[in-house]
Design a protein around this ligand. Structure first.
Ligand code: GLU
Length: 466
């Protein structure tokens, strides 16, 4: 398994065009060690491979970080808390789920990152998400470390009361490990306002004090304006900056959006506001196609269907054509905005997008593009913004929610939106600063990884051997 080819199968060739032979050798040795220490965690390997490929040349040029073993240390979580959540169904049956909190790195601030409830959740997925969160949070410029958590619990086929019992039970264990200055969870796939409220209510009952221990709270109890919209809006703000920097504009462009959760819906809303045409939305059953763009009144209906009725796109009768068992990547568009989940866009999808003349891919989800697809985009000079840069708006407004809670005040929508726009524009500038060189286009993968890493590496080195 120690051959170069074995590495290649796992997508380790990422970003290596710019590596010398010596750098590549170090990179491969590092990845071999990582895989040996973390067997079978393929999503975690994938996230680290992208990161290490992007930062290795810089890392090797900076002896002080290399000597401090920053790469080895930063890829080892501070701790992983793994526990069982036992709860009771409406019919009185006992159920047990697996749950975790991966506290990855708190060099820059208290651990911060969402909770995901989905049957696919396992330790590898949470480690990849927690790892990415370190650099995403660093890029926001706010004092937040990286973490992620969740459970293989599926809220989709459960009643409200079952979800409540699950959340209350989960918090009994989680409450021992979190706190406003320790670790501040939030939502992710399967965890929205309802779940955060149940978790928060139970935390308060257990601790008998109010604190900003979770973000994504309701507006009446310490939540921030614009937190619901932040990831989707932020992704569009980033996309706009990326296009403007490359002498393009978002207006009039056809955008294929995948997903129909919180990120996709609010990305679509902002795209429509900016004059772009949202040609698709999708869910796990298929996608809705609007060749002329999603009309604003249909957006409102679709939000109602997905957010309040928890329905499926196949039930939508308001317009567009529904395509079962297919994803949106075969639809002609200038911009692809994958906002569903990891590895949802593979090499065949990338080829179809390229054939259709795609200009830019802007990730709303975490790691939605596979290594192979990313390589194809790179080879064809398609602009490609990775989630750790383009979807950082969600956690950025979570950070602003923490600030507001700490100050015991709340900013209005305009204030939070203004700050969100500034943060996304600063992240873009960071990507340009660290990802330029080599060609006429910015390498956003290099820029975001290096831009996020430098600050964390500096803090870790300054702390000494901890
Ligand atoms: N789950 C979101 C993310 O992937 C937000 C996390 C948070 O707000 O803490 O960044």
């Amino acid at each position: 398994m120690d051959t170069l080819e074995a590495g290649k199968e796992n997508g380790d060739t990422f970003s290596q065009q710019s590596m010398t032979e010596a750098e590549e050798k170090e990179y491969r040795a590092f990845m071999r060690g990582l895989k040996r220490r973390n067997p079978h965690e393929t999503e975690f390997h994938q996230a680290v491979a992208e990161f290490a490929g992007a930062v290795m040349p810089w890392y090797l040029q900076h002896e002080e970080y290399h000597r401090a073993q920053i790469l080895e240390r930063i890829t080892e979580p501070d701790r992983i808390i793994s526990f069982r959540v036992t709860w009771e169904t409406d019919s009185g049956e006992i159920r047990a789920n697996r749950a975790w909190r991966v506290q990855f790195n708190h060099a820059l601030g208290p651990y911060k990152g969402g909770l995901r409830f989905h049957p696919s959740v396992n330790q590898s997925i949470l480690k990849f998400l927690g790892f990415e969160q370190i650099f995403k949070n660093s890029l926001t410029g706010l004092p937040m470390g990286g973490a992620k958590g969740g459970s293989n619990f599926n809220p989709k086929d459960k009643s409200d009361r079952e979800v409540m019992r699950f959340c209350h039970s989960m918090m009994i264990e989680l409450s021992r490990h979190i706190g406003e200055d320790i670790d501040v969870p939030a939502g992710d796939i399967g965890v929205g306002g309802r779940e955060v409220s149940y978790l928060f209510g139970q935390y308060m009952r257990l601790e008998n004090r109010w604190s900003g221990v979770l973000t994504g709270k309701g507006l009446s109890f310490g939540g921030s304006a614009v937190r619901t919209e932040a990831t989707g809006w932020g992704c569009v703000y980033f996309c706009e900056e990326m296009l403007r920097y490359h002498n393009e504009s978002i207006e009039g462009k056809r955008v294929a959006v995948s997903g129909s959760g919180n990120v996709a819906l609010y990305a679509a809303q902002k795209l429509i506001e900016k004059g772009a045409k949202v040609v698709t939305l999708s869910d796990s059953g298929g996608f809705l196609h609007f060749p002329e763009g999603l009309p604003p009144e249909h957006w409102t209906d679709l939000r109602e269907l997905k957010e309040h009725q928890r329905g499926r796109l196949s039930d939508y009768r308001g317009g567009g054509t529904y395509h079962a068992d297919a994803n949106p990547w075969g639809v002609p568009c200038e911009i692809a905005m994958p906002c569903a989940t990891q590895n949802e866009l593979g090499p065949e999808d990338a080829k179809r997008l390229i054939e259709n003349g795609v200009l830019a891919v802007c990730e709303g989800a975490n790691m939605p593009v596979t290594h192979e697809a990313a390589e194809l985009f790179r080879a064809r000079d398609v602009l490609h913004a990775p989630g750790k840069a383009s979807n950082a708006g969600g956690v950025a407004v979570s950070g602003l929610e923490q600030s507001q809670n700490a100050m015991r005040l709340s900013w209005d929508r305009e204030e939070v939106d203004r700050r969100l726009q500034k943060i996304m524009s600063d992240i873009h500038a960071r990507c340009v600063a660290d990802g330029s060189g080599g060609g006429s286009r910015v390498d956003y993968i290099k820029g975001s990884n290096l831009g996020g890493f430098r600050k964390v590496a500096e803090a870790m080195r300054a702390y000494g051997a901890v």
